[in-house]
Design a protein around this ligand. Structure first.
Ligand code: B12
Ligand code: SF4
Ligand code: SF4
Length: 383
């Protein structure tokens, strides 16, 4: 049955998706992903190695897949929300995407509806499509580029001419054959996934990255990326990267914010998102003083809760050390005796960086655990 692409597009836009684009499933993709994995840029995200074949071939994910419907959801907050600027604020910084109820949950509601639209308009059943947002074995930026939703910037983001960098991506893989959409420009035909296609001579993102995590245009070394270190890494943040983390408490938007393609972006409709801009009002002390109960209450239903209290406290210690937060020394000294060794190690680092070793005396006085003392010895090396 021939599928009416424009009827499907109109219905999905009405569900709250801001971009709806169609790509045809074809062979021969994924070399860029393999090279990235071979270089070790995935850090300890080994689930990516395990799913590399699927990521390169939607047919292994949805048997008989003919089309990928790529969807974008704009998450740019209104200017008045004051969320997540990287400059001029003493507050800790959150990646903008994080200042919402967990987008995996809210966008999934739209994907369920999108599936029903396919059933209704294309006469298919639940066995004929699969949808994902972020966590599926699908190379979302590659398919978005294929579908002409935008282009892959030198910062490796999928950049839309209408929404800039500020798009969540989601997709429906389906056995329905839709006519493919045009590439982002006629000149892009056959080169859709080339990084920096519409960047020209600009290198702002490469120059601005605080930890030099972009070794080449379009390639992120997750091991050096603040987003990886503050969200995905569950252990010790390498000491040589901590200073570069600055006041980034959770995630990083620096290479997104500097991009001139954002000048056309308007705030999102938030049909499939629920704002939590209030989180940007938390002070560093608020975060450092979080108890397990308060953490659960404040971050309920957000993506942030997955970093767990210890991860957030660890990040907050790094921010405290970087921002001369002398007014937080008392709480940092308490965290130097926290039950989590990861929190303890970063709290000790922060206190040392603030040049207040004497504050550790209290925290260490009660220590009996030999292991903890050994860990302190490492952390007490020159900062
Ligand atoms: C692992 C991951 C990370 C890692 C690695 C980032 C990276 N650049 O690879 C870390 C933890 C560092 C990270 C950080 C962030 N992430 Co992330 N991340 C992912 C994830 C799960 C996989 C990405 C991946 O495969 N990376 C490996 C590289 C090699 O692949 P790639 O970037 O997709 O590009 C390659 C492929 O496209 C392939 N390719 C080339 N041609 C073709 C053609 C086809 C058809 C195919 C299939 C593939 C293909 O080669 C490309 C270049 O090598 C995706 C979700 C998903 N399922 O795709 C989200 C995703 C990329 N992340 C997202 C976001 C929002 C972020 C952050 C902005 C969060 C933050 N503020 O802290 C940062 C941005 C950092 C940056 N500059 O990339 C969004 C990006 C949306 C967008 N508009 O681009 C995604 C799509 C999640 C989502 N559903 O919205 N992320
Ligand atoms: S997200 Fe931040 S740390 Fe990661 S590549 Fe972009 S600017 Fe660098
Ligand atoms: S900042 Fe410049 S180089 Fe980087 S993605 Fe945007 S346009 Fe491209």
């Amino acid at each position: 049955m021939a599928a009416d692409r424009e009827a499907v597009r109109a219905r999905l836009l009405a569900l709250g998706f801001d971009e709806v684009r169609f790509a045809e499933v074809g062979p021969g993709f994924g070399a860029g992903l393999r090279a990235w994995l071979d270089a070790g840029y995935q850090a300890d995200m080994h689930w990516m190695d395990r799913t590399v074949e699927k990521r390169a071939d939607p047919g292994l994910v949805q048997p008989g897949a003919r089309s990928v419907i790529m969807l974008g959801v704009n998450y740019l907050p209104p200017k008045t929300a004051g969320a997540g600027s990287s400059t001029g604020t003493p507050r800790p910084l959150w990646a903008r995407y994080a200042l919402h109820a967990d987008y995996h949950d809210t966008i999934k509601e739209g994907l369920v509806q999108a599936g029903r639209v396919l059933e209704e308009l294309c006469g298919v059943t639940r066995a004929d499509y699969r949808y994902y947002v972020d966590t599926g074995p699908v190379s979302e930026r590659g398919w978005a580029a294929r579908s002409g939703l935008g282009f892959i910037g030198k910062n490796s983001m999928m950049i839309s001419r209408r929404h800039g960098n500020w798009l969540f991506l989601a997709e429906v893989l389906t056995t329905v054959a839709f006519a493919a959409d045009e590439p982002v420009t006629p000149a892009a035909a056959g080169r859709e996934t080339e990084p920096g296609l519409l960047c020209g001579k600009c290198t702002r993102c490469l120059d601005a990255c605080p930890t030099q995590a972009l070794p080449r245009p379009g390639v992120v070394d997750a091991r050096r990326c603040i987003s990886y270190q503050t969200i995905e890494n569950k252990g010790i943040i390498p000491r040589e990267l901590r200073a570069g983390i600055g006041n980034h408490l959770y995630g990083c938007d620096v290479c997104l914010e500097v991009c001139p393609w954002n000048r056309f972006a308007q705030a999102g409709r938030r049909v499939l998102l629920a704002a939590r801009y209030d989180l940007a009002d938390l002070t560093l002390r608020d975060v450092l003083e979080l108890t397990p109960e308060r953490f659960a209450e404040v971050f309920r239903k957000t993506a942030i809760k997955r970093v767990k209290l210890a991860g957030l406290l660890r990040n907050a210690c790094v921010v405290a050390g970087n921002t001369a937060a002398h007014d937080c020394l008392d709480v940092l000294a308490r965290l130097a005796a926290h039950t989590s060794p990861v929190v303890r190690a970063h709290a000790v680092w922060a206190v040392r960086r603030l040049g207040a070793d004497e504050a550790l005396a209290t925290a260490r006085a009660g220590e009996t655990d030999a292991l903890v003392l050994a860990e302190y010895a490492a952390e007490l090396a020159p900062v």
